[in-house]
Design a protein around this ligand. Structure first.
Ligand code: NAD
Ligand code: ZN
Length: 379
């Protein structure tokens, strides 16, 4: 047992005190894990656009002060009462949506929407006692999606932690904890393109390029990348994207442009932008009769999806997914193995690296649309 088990740990965390203001590295107290909880030492974390939305709180409910972060890799420091399948020292990836293994969703082969632990962006406390495990001078600091990885130590529910191969390099596989698995799974598990088919990917950030990677692995013959930032296009070629469209440079709606390019529409599309207009275009650009569109981007809280019902009657399918339909505890270890046996390349998604003290730089890169994933080193 570690010497810190059962005790409060004082460590550094990046606290978001107010919407849109730079994070501040503070000394926080992290309480020991309670029933069915584990405390993790985070070694590497990275920034996903979802963190930025909740930090900006422009289109999301403000919950502050809060410790953000949900894409990370770490090691179990100690375990709470009732935890049997994790031990101190296990290498793990925390995940923003959990798997209790007991509810109807966890028992269904089709769903990863666990009743107990599915993503809840407004909750800032632990499920067990509705309290936070983080504090500064006795004042609670809220959690984020059950993970709060922008801290040297964090407490999560055991159901939100995937135990992985200890040989896997955490500075690489940490990006499988959200973005890359989400994009890859959205294509492979949900859109399911057939060999030789055409796939449009909206948004060429890390999630979208992981979706493109899924299309390449599935044997798609055309992968059309759509992004309003033209500087994304050059990099996207490394991910098998064969054609590009910038909606800002089109004279007509992008769905019409894609329909013309593909003789009536693409076979599959995957939306990874969070922009409602892109979601509607992603749906309307699939071929009638068989086309399937998958929404992945996190929308503004007041967004409304509007399309003519005939687009559905004409036998187009609209779907959506969290975490690419992977069940975090059951499925994520095998995605890590895809990296270990070189079926999946992660290095090309990692464009920046900063020490924890410079975490705000990662926000700047994402806001400027520069690069894909920025690894934040905790040591
Ligand atoms: P990112 O910022 O790196 O990439 C988003 C890309 O979309 C950018 O290149 C941007 O220029 C482009 N874009 C924005 N508006 C557009 C539009 N109208 N048309 C075309 N392109 C547009 O972000 P990311 O980290 O790759 O995340 C992508 C999205 O996926 C975000 O909305 C994020 O919140 C969401 N997400 C969802 C899940 C899930 O489980 N459903 C998990 C992770 C991330
Ligand atoms: Zn994410």
């Amino acid at each position: 047992m570690s010497s810190t088990a059962g005790q409060v740990i004082r460590c550094k965390a990046a606290v978001a005190w107010e919407a849109g203001k730079p994070l501040v590295i503070e000394e926080v107290e992290v309480a020991p894990p309670q029933k069915m909880e584990v405390r993790l030492k985070i070694l590497f974390t990275s920034l996903c656009h979802t963190d930025v939305y909740f930090w900006e709180a422009k289109g999301q409910n403000p919950v502050f002060p809060r410790i953000l972060g949900h894409e990370a890799g770490g090691i179990v420091e100690s375990i709470g009462e009732g935890v049997t399948d994790l031990q101190p020292g296990d290498h793990v990836l925390p995940v923003f949506t959990g798997e209790c293994k007991e509810c109807a969703h966890c028992k269904s082969e089709e769903s990863n929407m666990c009743d107990l632990l599915r993503i809840n962006t407004d909750r800032g406390v632990m499920i067990h006692d509705e309290k936070s495990r983080f504090s500064i001078n006795g004042k609670p600091i809220y959690h984020f999606v059950g993970t709060s990885t922008f801290s040297e130590y964090t407490v999560t529910h055991v159901g939100c932690v995937a135990k992985i191969n200890p040989l896997a390099p955490l500075d690489k596989v940490c990006i499988l904890s959200c973005g890359i698995s989400t994009g890859l799974g959205a294509t492979l598990n949900v859109a399911k393109p057939k060999k030789g088919s055409s796939v449009a990917v909206f948004g060429l950030g890390a999630v979208g390029l992981a979706a493109a990677e899924g299309a390449r692995i599935a044997g798609a013959s055309r992968i059309i990348g759509v992004d309003v930032n033209s500087s994304r296009f050059e990099h996207a070629k490394k991910f098998g994207v064969t054609e590009f469209v910038n909606p800002k440079e089109c004279k007509k709606p992008v769905q019409e442009v894609i329909a013309e390019m593909t003789d009536g529409g693409v076979d599959r599309s995957v939306e990874c932008t969070g922009n409602i207009d892109a979601m509607i275009s992603a749906f309307e650009c699939v071929h009638d009769g068989w086309g399937v569109a998958v929404l992945v981007g996190v929308p503004h809280k007041d967004a409304v999806f509007k399309t003519h019902p005939v687009n559905l009657l004409n036998e187009r399918t609209l779907k959506g997914t969290f975490f690419g339909n992977y069940k975090p505890r059951s499925d994520l270890p095998s995605v890590v193995e895809k990296y270990m046996n070189k079926e999946l390349e992660l290095e090309k998604f990692i464009t920046h690296e900063v020490p924890f003290a410079e975490i705000n730089k990662a926000f700047d890169y994402m806001l400027k649309g520069e690069g894909l994933r920025c690894i934040i080193r905790m040591d």
